[in-house]
Design a protein around this ligand. Structure first.
Ligand SMILES: [Zn+2]
Length: 82
């Protein structure tokens, strides 16, 4: 699967600009999920964001729903992989 390359502790949230750290609720988006560059969600292509930051945006829930449709709910979590 062509997942976004998110390096916890290195990559930054596309919304708040802070580092995405291990243990935080991080949502990773694959490239090409939002093909319209005029869409606010376009910044999430091949990137990650905190779930709370996403949900603070009016378009955040829609972005998560699109991702769920793409991956299925089990594909959402990158934070706690055993
Ligand atoms: Zn954030």
């Amino acid at each position: 699967m062509d997942m976004a390359l998110i390096l916890l502790g290195r990559s930054t949230c596309r919304i708040c600009g802070k580092t995405l750290n291990e243990g935080e609720d991080v949502v990773a988006f694959p490239s090409g999920l939002f093909p319209d560059s005029g869409d606010k969600k376009w910044v999430l292509n091949d990137a990650g964001a905190h779930r709370a930051c996403l949900l603070s945006q009016p378009w955040g829930e829609q972005a998560i729903q699109l991702l769920e449709g793409f991956l299925g709910p089990a594909g959402l979590c990158v934070g706690d992989v055993d």
